[in-house]
Design a protein around this ligand. Sequence first.
Ligand SMILES: *Cc1c(COP(=O)(O)O)cnc(C)c1O
Length: 382
Amino acid sequence: MSATANLPLRCWAEIDLAALERNLKGIRAALPDQIRYVAVVKADAYGHGLHQIAARLMIAGADLFAVANLAEAASLREVGPDSPILVLSPILPQEDRHIAGLDVAVTISSAEEVTRFAAVAQASGRPLDVHLKIDTGMGRLGAWHEGAEAVYQLINDAPGLRLAGVFTHFSSPDEDPAFTALQRRRFLLALDRCRGLDPASLLVHADNSAGIETLEIGGPFNAVRVGLLQFGIRPRPGTLLEAVHAEPVFSFRTRVGLVKNLPRGTGVSYGCTHTLARDSRVAILAAGYGDGIPRAASNRAQVLLRGKRCPVLGRITMDQTIVDVTDLPGVVAGDEAVLVGRQQDAEIGIAEFSRWGDTIPWETLCSVTKRVPRLYRTQLGL
Ligand SMILES: *Cc1c(COP(=O)(O)O)cnc(C)c1O
């Protein structure tokens, strides 16, 4: 047992695995039966912890797991020796010789990768599954949609490569439906130009969480790639996304370390960027940017104490955050403070918390640091 095992927590994240499972089932129920569920668990499952999240998603019935790179694939293999895995990011040439041993499907964007992966398949003596990625306007990964059929042909002609999927990625599904629709059209036209491609025999996928809102039922799409939504966070308003009733999986909590009175006129925290307008009572929380509270949220964020919202005063520092509790009698050292999540009847959502920090929920989740233990709530006792 580690030396810190018995110490009370100063700042922690609570991860609700039962909510995660309900979310997956709710998303599935909102989609037609033939749609496969690709669980996106890159970046340590969006900071929630890859092993615990993937294990629960396996029980809940995810069809395929998507990770960013081979290191994440290797970690996932520890919990899912037989789980299908797709690696989304480009494989580095230096990594080629590790692909076969991990038994993963890889993403192809270029003719050069076809050549390299054909060599990988040949060296291992086993076929290698690949997903062809088509760039329909994001300008990042994928073969440009005009001419992507050439890469498709090369894959078809390469001994040892098995085309298991074709996909694209939307650049702005949460804010630009017209561009998303254009990307969808480009993708479908590119598929049409791939002679001999049978969508029914592959995974055809485009939609991330926000895309799902405009998924075309009846088209060739037969899989979705779900990241944020399975963690209970809606990337945009929308009727389908609303119908899923996804519940937050993550909450972020700390405790009051000190309560004290300060006279009016005092400048608070580094740089004294906030001057107290009245005689005040402040609570110093035991967490700061060293735990993942964005420094950009200085002077802007709110936290929940005793079920009430309290404003952050001055700069967020590495280990402490100062909160005004003048109007909230009874706060004492040791009280729980909620940064993201519910307390009594009050709630701070991750979208609101992220806006205070000039960021987005995806980055907020990835920014919770190693200092913060993740506590898993589960009804299955995993
Ligand atoms: C991260 C990622 C996703 C998941 O996106 P969300 O918006 O979190 O659902 C889907 N597809 C690709 C290619 C990704 O990189």
